[in-house]
Design a protein around this ligand. Structure first.
Ligand code: THG
Length: 266
């Protein structure tokens, strides 16, 4: 499973502080430690900083001084994503754009960038009517997105649909709805899926326990990527153990390697 490290996100109060202080050493430390934990992408988000575009430009440059791990540009604003693509070094078509949706504004702004750079992209199952409550309505948005991207000649192997997790605290069936979305999106469209996971436990105590078991069940439903905290040894242990159980780790090679590097936590 692809792992997208979530730590460089201005929604985390301490991280916003180091970004607004332009504390390059602290930002680079978070980048290097997540890369060392084995992430495939580093999510970067400056939406909660004063000037999102200016901070994004600084963040991209600062992170790329210390790691070649591809970036996942996390913004709802097309001009922020454009700037990040402009200033990023290396192959732009390695950058994961987070995200597009079927909201008209977002499509008009961000889809041209996805097509211009042929980047992998996360597609949220939301349109101008908001996040649908039912599986059927989310699948229908996913279907419209797949059709649109296919019509534009986009390589659908690079599309990650995010069916959007709603909290259990809002409705106790929300996790089940999410699992069904993961299975159905794969079955009907044969495209990949991704999730930010942690919304599931919003407004609950001991969130990490819920997030960890939720991740395991999502993986059992074939989820291809997750945005998570790779510095949390227990959640990374869950990823390693579930991949072993799902037959994705021949001879337990990765499990044993993690064991020898003392990365597994009970
Ligand atoms: N889908 C997509 N993008 C997303 C989300 C999504 N981007 C933002 C968010 N959801 C995922 N990112 C985060 C980042 C930080 C936290 C939660 C989600 C967070 N971190 C705490 C911290 O680091 O202090 C706690 C981490 C922990 O549990 O150990 O809360 O859904 N496409």
């Amino acid at each position: 499973m692809l792992i997208i490290g979530e730590k460089l996100n201005s929604a985390i109060p301490g991280v916003r502080q180091i970004m607004e202080a332009k504390d390059a050493a602290a930002v680079q430390d978070l980048a290097v430690r997540q890369a060392a934990a084995g992430v495939h992408y580093l999510d970067v988000n400056t939406a909660h900083c004063g000037d999102e575009t200016a901070y994004m430009e600084w963040l991209v440059r600062t992170v790329q001084e210390v790691t070649d791990t591809p970036l996942c540009i996390d913004s709802t604003d097309g001009s922020v994503i454009r700037k990040a693509l402009e200033v990023a070094k290396g192959n732009k078509n390695k950058i994961l754009i987070n995200s597009i949706s079927m909201e008209k504004n977002r499509l008009d702004q961000v889809l041209p960038l996805v097509l211009e750079y042929q980047c992998p992209v996360i597609g949220l199952t939301v349109d101008d009517n908001g996040i649908p409550k039912t599986v059927e309505d989310r699948i229908s948005i996913a279907g419209r997105m797949v059709d649109l991207l296919a019509k534009e000649g986009y390589n659908l192997d690079n599309l990650y649909i995010d069916p959007l997790v709603l909290p259990l605290a809002v409705s106790h069936g929300n996790a089940l709805i999410f699992f069904e979305c993961l299975s159905e999106i794969k079955r009907q469209f044969k495209v990949k899926t991704v999730s930010g996971l942690s919304n599931i436990s919003f407004n609950m105590p001991k969130r990490k326990i819920i997030n960890r078991y939720f991740l395991a069940i999502c993986m059992a439903h074939g989820m291809d990527a997750a945005i998570l905290d790779p510095l949390d040894k227990k959640i990374m242990t869950a990823v390693t153990a579930v991949e072993l159980l799902m037959g994705k780790d021949p001879f337990g090679k990765n499990f044993l390697k993690a064991y020898r590097k003392d990365m597994l936590e009970d």
